[in-house]
Write a protein that binds this ligand. Structure first.
Ligand SMILES: C[S@@+](CC[C@H](N)C(=O)[O-])C[C@H]1O[C@@H](n2cnc3c(N)ncnc32)[C@H](O)[C@@H]1O
Length: 348
């Protein structure tokens, strides 16, 4: 799966085992740095980001840059972190030779940026894949997102939506931030946006939508050709900055019950997450599944997950989709989703 991104001085110690595991999951055991970048070029970037594909191939072919990367901890060698760091530093990303020269000449500051940041991409487009399930629950909702980043997915009621089906279009909402999603299967497309009466997020390192440096880092993590995503990110950050959610610093394995204690008792309590559990190792994912089943039993929590296949015990589907997520309710798979929210294929 594609790495997502982060800033995190404070996060590093706590998250290192999880990131190591993510690297191992993604690259396969024993894979070297050149192979890591070639694999990224082949499987993630080809046909999506020609500029980054060329850069990753060039990095893989540069013994000098690979040797520099090899001096970093394994979890810090990931392509999206290096590419995001160079963009954050306003380095060149449109020509492989100039890029390699920049990385070599500026290695100290590039490495420092990589060491002090984590991939932490926040994609509001994912709300399009969460919305039908959220709208089908008893309203109103108290929403809690674990791994919230800057909290952009905590506002599914503030965006507008265009679902494209074989029958035509289904539109919803009047926001000028429009999320488009192609759907197949018996998806329960809602007539109304969900009513959200309370929202809060939990993250090891919450980002602030009104903090210039956080915005810059989030923008640096979007691949250069994805101009629509970059524009949408900017507008969603403005929307959320105008009415910021509660974002607590905390670990989803230990700090969720404390946050839930503050939720209003008369709303349907939903805990959701997307593109987060890949940051946990296998044991941590299993513990989190136990936490959620326990909260379901004791607090009546609805658990909504949108994660890569295979990361939630019992919520996998076969055959595994390539580069896509599985939407599940209380651990039961409902749909296969595009990782940035552009598609929703409801299971029969
Ligand atoms: C890729 S971002 C996804 C953000 C958002 N859920 C979305 O879909 O746009 C993953 C987030 O999970 C957070 N995270 C990773 N491990 C965590 C943990 N154990 N507890 C809380 N947050 C965590 C990271 O800091 C990061 O902000």
């Amino acid at each position: 799966m594609a790495f997502e991104g982060v800033e995190a001085t404070a996060v590093q110690a706590a998250s290192r085992p999880a990131y190591c595991d993510l690297v191992a999951d993604w690259t396969g055991a024993g894979q070297g740095t050149a192979e890591l970048y070639l694999r990224m070029a082949e499987h993630q970037l080809r046909g999506v980001s020609p500029s980054y594909e060329a850069l990753c191939r060039a990095i893989a072919g540069s013994e000098a840059v690979c040797a520099q990367l090899d001096r970093l901890p394994r979890d810090k060698r990931q392509p999206n972190l290096l590419l995001g760091a160079v963009r954050y530093l306003d380095g060149p990303v449109d020509d492989p030779a100039t890029f390699l020269d920049f990385v070599t000449a500026q290695w100290a500051v590039v490495a420092d940026t990589m060491m002090t940041h984590l991939t932490q991409t926040n994609e509001p487009g994912r709300c399009a894949t969460l919305l039908p399930l959220l709208a089908s629950l008893p309203q109103p909702l108290a929403l809690v997102e674990v791994g919230a980043s800057a909290g952009l997915c905590l506002y599914p009621d503030r965006y507008s939506y265009r679902y494209t089906t074989s029958m035509g279009e289904h539109r919803l909402g009047d926001s000028d931030i429009l999320l488009s999603c192609a759907v197949t299967g018996p998806v329960p497309l809602p007539e109304r946006l969900p009513a959200v009466v309370w929202r809060a997020g939990l993250d090891l390192n919450p980002l602030q939508p009104n903090r210039e440096d956080d915005r810059r880092w989030l923008a640096s993590l979007i691949w250069p050709e994805q101009i629509d995503r970059a524009e949408r990110l900017d507008r969603a950050l403005d929307l959320v900055a105008a009415d910021p959610p509660r974002l607590d610093v905390g670990d989803l394995l230990t700090d969720l019950p404390g946050l839930l204690a503050d939720a209003p008792p008369d709303a349907t309590l939903v805990v959701f997450h997307s593109a987060v559990l890949a940051y946990l190792n296998h044991g941590q994912r299993s513990r989190f599944t136990d936490v959620m089943h326990d909260l379901k039993r004791t607090r009546g929590v609805h658990w909504v997950s949108n994660e890569a296949p295979g990361v939630i015990r019992g919520a996998d589907i076969d055959p595994r989709p390539h580069n896509r997520f599985v939407l599940a309710h209380d651990g039961v798979p409902l749909a296969v989703t595009g990782p940035h929210g552009h598609s929703l294929d409801w299971l029969p």
